[in-house]
Design a protein around this ligand. Structure first.
Ligand SMILES: [Zn+2]
Length: 408
């Protein structure tokens, strides 16, 4: 059986785990997660890989190369959001296993070691913290973090890891040795519509966007909606509306740099039809891969907020949640992938990733590449997530050929 046929079979089997009435609910470190991992372990063993689990429950399959040159890792995750799709994460793991199968089927055996990794808890759904496994593997997760983050039932990440067979107290010491690895590859569905709508089969990710997130609390004056004349109001909602549009404008003005700006939360207080709103909470997410562009968008929003305050007599309290830096993928690996796309006559584009991925943390230690394949209409984190296998095949072939060229 070819590696790619096996990828499709693995996806069919893995998507039975955590399957509910609506989509796949395979939250991290649950029984469903365990069942999916068991399928992967069986496959790793069948391929002759040695199987280990690190302190943070990341699952590693490794095939030793015939030389001691630094190895190649292919990975992604198996956990999903509640009522998610079949492909987010699982496709990357399955493609890693498929590529290993195809590479081992040929002679001579690879000179570099070839590993497939399943990272723990890439989704933030269970512990309100994303990319937990790759953070741990790259020295970006502290023991305090495992105590601080809990699921809805109050189970700490530390206890969940321990119950799953992990060794959380060893996480700070169980970090990857960068010198042992040549590169990390991750194939993932795009989770956006760009490739699908442009008829391209591969996205070569140049950088992963980092969100700057903040809360704007607009404080006006609560008043009677009948008795307070229009010219005497300090309506927090009307002021917030101007700010929402200013956020959109700031994003649009920077769109040529790939920056996006969103108000995803708007809460109005007291929220009654006969009351002029006194207070509105807006939560803003600005993302991009060009730091200067993100900064310009934020500065533009800030300037507009100040003028709205002056014009409308409201006050705005600002709370910064996060201001992460965008992470660049490795330029040389991107060029290798691009050359393979040209050789194989695969339609591709270089693009940013708006969503976070494990590659973001792997890139802090090891040259990393993220390959996107299209998903139908960009729908993801949704039971309707779907792929066209002919197009995924192109992405798979590009991954396979690129890795093959390195490990041989
Ligand atoms: Zn994912």
């Amino acid at each position: 059986m070819s590696g790619f046929e096996r990828v499709q079979e693995l996806i069919a089997t893995i998507s039975q785990t955590g399957r509910g009435e609506r989509g796949v609910s395979r939250l991290a470190l649950t029984d469903a997660d365990r069942q999916a991992r068991d399928i992967v372990v069986e496959e790793m063993k069948a391929l002759g890989m040695s199987v280990t689990t690190d302190a943070c429950c990341n699952l590693w399959g490794r095939f030793e190369g015939s030389s001691d040159r630094p190895g190649v890792v292919i990975g992604s995750h198996l956990d999903s959001v509640p009522e998610g799709g079949r492909y987010d994460g699982a496709l990357g793991v399955a493609c890693g296993l498929g590529a290993t199968r195809d590479i081992l089927a040929e002679n001579p055996p690879p000179r570099r070691s070839l590993s497939v990794v399943v990272f723990t808890a890439e989704e933030s759904s269970r512990f309100s913290l994303a990319t937990i496994g790759s953070k741990a593997a790259t020295g970006n997760l502290s023991l305090m973090d495992t105590l601080r983050f809990r699921d809805r039932q109050g189970v700490t990440l530390l206890d969940a890891l321990r119950d799953f067979g992990g060794r959380p107290e060893q996480i700070p010491r169980d970090c990857l040795a960068p010198a042992s690895y040549h590169s990390y590859f991750e194939l993932h569905i795009e989770q956006g519509p760009v490739l699908d709508w442009n008829g391209e089969d591969v996205g070569i990710v140049e950088a992963i966007a980092a969100p700057t997130r903040f809360m704007l609390e607009v404080v006006g004056e609560q008043a009677h909606s009948g008795a307070c004349p229009m010219n005497m109001r300090r309506d927090a909602m009307a002021a917030a509306a101007e700010i929402v549009l200013a956020v959109e404008r700031a994003g649009r003005a920077e769109s040529e740099f790939g920056t996006v700006a969103t108000v995803g939360v708007c809460e109005c207080f007291p929220g009654a039809m006969n009351v002029v709103p006194g207070r509105v909470v807006l939560k803003v997410d600005v993302r991009g891969i060009v730091e200067k562009s993100i900064r310009r968008a934020c500065d533009e929003i800030k300037a507009r907020v100040e003028s709205v305050c002056a014009e409308r007599g409201v006050r705005v309290n600002f709370t910064l949640y996060s201001a992460d830096k965008p992470v660049a993928m490795d330029g040389l690996l991107a060029r290798r992938i691009e050359n393979v796309c040209k050789d194989l006559k695969v339609k591709y584009r270089r693009m940013p990733s708006g969503a976070g991925h494990d590659a973001m943390y792997m890139a802090t230690l090891i040259p990393s590449a993220l390959i996107f394949v299209p998903c139908k209409d960009g729908v993801s984190h949704n039971p309707a997530e779907a792929v066209d296998w002919r197009r995924v095949r192109s992405g798979y072939e590009v991954l396979l050929q690129t890795v093959k060229d390195i490990v041989r």
